[in-house]
Design a protein around this ligand. Sequence first.
Ligand SMILES: Nc1nc2c(c(=O)[nH]1)N[C@H]1C(S)=C(S)[C@@H](COP(=O)(O)O)O[C@H]1N2
Ligand SMILES: [Mo]
Length: 212
Amino acid sequence: MQNSFFNRGFQRKRPASQHVLPPGQYETQDFPVLSAGPTPRIGTTKWALGLDGLVTNPQQWSWAEFNALPQQEFTVDIHCVTQWSKFGTQWRGVSLDTLLALAGPTPEARYVMAHCYGGYTTNLPLADLLGGKAFIGLQYDGQPLAPDHGGPARLVVPHLYFWKSAKWVQRLELRAEDAPGFWERAGYSMYGDPWKEQRYLDDDEDLAAGTR
Ligand SMILES: Nc1nc2c(c(=O)[nH]1)N[C@H]1C(S)=C(S)[C@@H](COP(=O)(O)O)O[C@H]1N2
Ligand SMILES: [Mo]
């Protein structure tokens, strides 16, 4: 027995219920390109990714070696500090858990500096790359990742502002101490939590002092 009034009310609650917009963000259907410089062209014959610093087994993967690692599908919402958010982006890639298990972080390792082809850098706590929260994306929407979006491979850390998701990533360096990367040196947050609207260095200080 159908009750159309009830069904309409029930369905109204369902669309988009999985997605929440962080404060100060708007939703876009586009996938804007934001790059601080020209798009580096890295052929897969020259491409390599390193994972080194405070690890017991430093790693360096060729394209073939990297593609032989176990891959997973990821569907994530992404949030750029310029205020756009995009819901339900679909990726295929290798979890950072897989990579870090191979490298074996030492007990002193607490931070990661991502170094990119082209010179861009960004810093993150090691804990934010563990527990299924981050991956190296190789495919977007079922296609090889486009160069403008960081192809052939980029870091994706969806729970932080998208500048932490290093495009054209070349090396992940594990460190004991935090240090600012490219945008962090220019005054952006050392952490970048969209849910706390932690955009700038000032926000880090306010959040630490409890004044926000
Ligand atoms: N290597 C590199 N990675 C980068 C950037 C960059 O300029 N160079 N820009 C960052 C910023 S500010 C954002 S918002 C996202 C943009 O990713 P998109 O161009 O795929 O949207 O990449 C981040 N990663
Ligand atoms: Mo950005």
